[in-house]
Every structure is written in structure tokens, then in C-alpha cells.
Design a protein around this ligand. Structure first.
Ligand code: AN7
Length: 405
């Protein structure tokens, strides 16, 4: 392990990586710092280039030894020529995180976070979640033989995600409140009850998620110009940016991409904060969107998010629920990639960015498809109705298909 220390992103205060600490005395979150010179000295570039990508390929850049895994990472980076041409962004790629073990990018964080929990000697883990975090944590906790508690906004979690948390045996605790309230509750629960917290306030979990950047670099053979990411709590956009910064730090590249965050119009605190040029977070008290995964009004990682966006020369934009649903449909129909609404936000955002001249034709753009479409089938079945049944009669069958050819 080349991990050195935890550093507060606000005041620079330092902690040991063996401390169970999620925030600094000043209230801000912590980041993990490594001995990059050591990593650089030990990096076998030939072997590195030949090894196929998975989360644990990048163990040198991770803060805990591998203790629990479900075969996460190694998701495809899919060139989308036809869709790219339709959108005037011909060098478009989709990083399909829906192909992770529980169907979202959260698995990259949980393999590392739960491994860290085991290393620290915890027997219980918990999180608040809009759905995917709970599905992922429940699976990794099951695999590790740990007790798992998940706090969910009652009635606002997609059916597939809820089914996952239940079948993996987590203790599901629905709360009559939104995600932001659930998170403040679980933070207190973990403080009081000796349970390890695995929301993105946990500095180690995000370390696993930065492997998205390493994989994109490996698969593309270079750093893309622009990364477009849906933003909820804002942990993932920071993690991906950090991954690219580390590749530069160890001398594998000179480039860092521009990080662009996309939020739903009804849940866009980061966009509001950027537009206002504010030093404080512009909280959205009652977040609302069809993309329930990113129905978040008080993103705990807001400082990290703004740093990634500002330092990379990026931006953040909002898209409407209607734009999100149309992007979801077009991605499925034109490229055969079915993503959940929150993930489609990145594509809806790209469309808008091209229209506004923010993204140019010659740019290589990677949209992060964060979660699988099967997580939330009701958004599709409530929009696209099932055709009337046809009697088992060949004349009737041919009549039906001729009208559709
Ligand atoms: C599909 O599961 O916050 O900006 O509790 O499930 O790192 O929060 C999910 C977030 C994007 C936003 N896409 O990532 C949770 C949760 C999907 C997601 C995000 C989420 P962050």
C-alpha cells in the first residue's frame, strides 16, 4: 500500500489512514493522499499496458488490500459513431458502468470500501441511498459476511434497486424523508453504533471509483478531451477527475480532461452554486426529478465537485426530465445501450452542450453511463405502452407485422 494520509479538502488538516474518520474538525470531507514517487518507481509500464482493466488492476493506487470482490470494473468503453454523428459529436464514447456486478459504478467503490471495513475489523456497514449505493453495499456486505443497514427515502427508490437490497439480505430502513435527511440520520447512527459508514463521505470508497478514469485511459490509449458525468452527491465526478490527476502525477500522461457535471433541473444545487459564483452551497430544499438516483439537494461532496469542475476548466448544466427520458430512449434505440434515467442525464447534457457551442465537433467525449436501465423498468413501461395481443392466427400475425415493416 502506498497510501500515506488523509487530508481535509478545506483546511488541509491531516489524519492517519487507520483513523475511522469521515470529516475534519472544520466539517469538510477528507481526501486520500499517496506516495506518488513510490508508485511511480514500482509501476511496471509493460505489464500495466498488457493487463486487462479491472478495479484491482490498479491496486497500487488503492488504499486497502483486496478482501472482497464480485469481479467489478472492466466495463466496456463503447464508441458510438451513429449516435455521435446525430448529436454532432462524432468522437463519442459511452463508458457503460451498468455492466458492473450489481449494475452500477458504485461497485467499484464498494469493493474497496468493504475491503477497508474488513481491514479495520468492522462487522457492520451502513449507508443512506437513492438506490444504487444500497444495492451495491448490500451485495458486498453479503459477500463479506457482514450485517448491512440501508436507509432509503420511502417510496422514491426504483423497484430494481429495492429488490436488490432486499434479496442480498440488507436491513432496509425506509425513512419518510428525502435522501439528504436519510444521510444525516445514517451519519449519526454510525457515529453512535460502531457501524462503518459507506456513503461517499467515506474517503476510501471514492478511491475505488477513480478507476473509471484509469480504465478510460487504458481503453482509449489516451486522455479524452471531455468527460460528461451525472452528478448527485458529487462524489463520482471528483473521483474520476482525481484518477486522471494521478495518471499525470505518476507521469503516464500530461493531459487532464475537462469535467462536465449534469444535474436534473429539479435537483441542481451544483449548477446553481456555479451560476451564482457562490462560496457556499446553494441548497435545493425539495429536490424532485424522474431520475431518482440523483434526486439530491444537498450534495455532501460539493466542495470536491466544484474543485474538479473549476480546476479542469469544466462546467455543470441542468437538463429537464423530458430531455433525460428522450436521451434514455435514443441511446437504447440507436446504440442498444439501456441505461437508467440518471445515467441518460449525461447524454442529454452532451446534446445541450453541443447546441450551446460548449462542446466542439472534434472533441473526444466520454459520457459515463452510471447505471443499468433494468434498475428502473417502470419509467419505460409507463411511457411506452405494450401493444395489444394478437390471436394465434397467421393472417392476424402477418397483418400486424406488415403494418410495422
Ligand atoms: C445511476 O445510490 O447517491 O454524484 O445513493 O445512482 O457520485 O452521487 C446514487 C448516485 C449518478 C450520482 N448515476 O453520483 C445513491 C446515489 C447513478 C447514481 C449518480 C448516482 P454521485
Amino acid at each position: 500500500m502506498y497510501v500515506e494520509r488523509l487530508v481535509c479538502v478545506n483546511c488541509g488538516n491531516e489524519f492517519s489512514p487507520d483513523d475511522v474518520v469521515y470529516e475534519c474538525r472544520c466539517g469538510s470531507l477528507l481526501d486520500v493522499v499517496y506516495d506518488y514517487e513510490e508508485i511511480k518507481d514500482h509501476l511496471d509500464i509493460q505489464k500495466f499496458r498488457k493487463t486487462p482493466p479491472t478495479v484491482w488492476k490498479y491496486a497500487d493506487f488503492l488504499p486497502a488490500p483486496k478482501k472482497v470482490s464480485l469481479g467489478e470494473g472492466g466495463t466496456p468503453l463503447l464508441p458510438c459513431k451513429r449516435l455521435g454523428e446525430m448529436l454532432s459529436a462524432p468522437s463519442l464514447y459511452i463508458k457503460n458502468e451498468g455492466q458492473n456486478p450489481t449494475g452500477s459504478f458504485k461497485d467499484r467503490g464498494m469493493t474497496v470500501g468493504v475491503s477497508k471495513a474488513l481491514t479495520l475489523g468492522f462487522g457492520m456497514v451502513a449507508c443512506a441511498s437513492t438506490g444504487n449505493t444500497s444495492a451495491s453495499l448490500a451485495a458486498y456486505a453479503a459477500r463479506a459476511g457482514m450485517r448491512c443497514f440501508v436507509f432509503l427515502p420511502a417510496g422514491k427508490v426504483a423497484a430494481g434497486k429495492l429488490a436488490q437490497a432486499l434479496i442480498y439480505g440488507a436491513e432496509v430502513i425506509p425513512i419518510d424523508a428525502n435522501f439528504d435527511v436519510c444521510l444525516s440520520i445514517v451519519r449519526e447512527v454510525c457515529r453512535e453504533a460502531g457501524i462503518y459508514l459507506l456513503n461517499s463521505v467515506n474517503p476510501f470508497r471514492l478511491e475505488g471509483q477513480k478507476t473509471i478514469a484509469f480504465e478510460i485511459f487504458d481503453q482509449l490509449g489516451r486522455v479524452p478531451d471531455t468527460i460528461v458525468v451525472p452528478v448527485g452527491n458529487g462524489g463520482n465526478i471528483f473521483a474520476i477527475w482525481k484518477g486522471f490527476m494521478e495518471l499525470r502525477e505518476v507521469g503516464l500522461t500530461d493531459e487532464v480532461p475537462r469535467m462536465i457535471g449534469v444535474q436534473a433541473e429539479g435537483a441542481n444545487p451544483i449548477v446553481r452554486t456555479l451560476v451564482a459564483g457562490s462560496r457556499e452551497l446553494e441548497v435545493v430544499e425539495r429536490p424532485e426529478t424522474v431520475a431518482t438516483a440523483i434526486r439530491i439537494g444537498r450534495p455532501v461532496n460539493w466542495m470536491k465537485t466544484l474543485r474538479a469542475i473549476r480546476e479542469s476548466g469544466g462546467t455543470a448544466i441542468s437538463v429537464s426530465d423530458d430531455e433525460i427520458l428522450r436521451a434514455q430512449e435514443i441511446l437504447a434505440r440507436v446504440e442498444g445501450i439501456f441505461v437508467e434515467p440518471a445515467s441518460a442525464a449525461s447524454l442529454a447534457g452532451l446534446k445541450k452542450l453541443v447546441f450551446e457551442g460548449e462542446v466542439e465537433k472534434d472533441e473526444t467525449v466520454v459520457c459515463i453511463a452510471t447505471g443499468h436501465g433494468l434498475k428502473d423498468p417502470s419509467v419505460v413501461t409507463s411511457r411506452i405502452s405494450l401493444p395489444e395481443p394478437v390471436p394465434p392466427n397467421m393472417d392476424e400475425v402477418f397483418r400486424r407485422i406488415r403494418t410495422r415493416m
